[in-house]
Ligand binder design. Structure first.
Ligand SMILES: [Zn+2]
Ligand SMILES: [Zn+2]
Length: 126
């Protein structure tokens, strides 16, 4: 089996490799990142997504519309919210997509906990 570096926890692992897209922002101004991650990292992220985000695509099939809610799903504050998208591709599966709206504080915090944990040293080259 091939050995890959997990782009989330930074260490190498033996496959399978999963791909995750995380997007935050509006349709016209979206900040989108792609991560190739190991299964435990993907499970971590998925566990944080399920129950908080709405699943909008299951195995490639659209399930639901995007709700333009003004309520943050994380702290329930009412006000300006930003859309967050998480798309997960597991090996041998079609995409599963999740969507939520959060206030900017929660969006940044959720991202830092789940998507951008402290990078290992040395930083990866781009
Ligand atoms: Zn990992
Ligand atoms: Zn919030």
């Amino acid at each position: 089996m091939a050995i890959f570096p997990c782009e989330r926890h930074g260490a190498r692992y033996v496959g399978p490799q999963s791909t995750l897209y995380f997007g935050v922002g509006t349709e016209t101004d979206i900040d989108r990142v792609k991560l190739r991650v190991c299964s435990p990292c993907l499970d971590d992220i998925e566990a944080s997504v399920v129950g908080l985000f709405d699943q909008v695509v299951r195995e490639g099939e659209p399930l639901a519309d995007f709700q333009h809610s003004m309520e943050c799903v994380r702290c329930n504050a009412i006000g300006d919210t930003v859309p967050l998208f998480v798309t997960i591709y597991r090996p041998k599966h079609d995409q599963n997509q999740f969507y939520a709206r959060m206030c900017s504080g929660c969006a940044a915090e959720w991202r830092s906990v789940n998507i951008d944990p402290e990078p290992p040293t040395p930083p990866k080259k781009r």
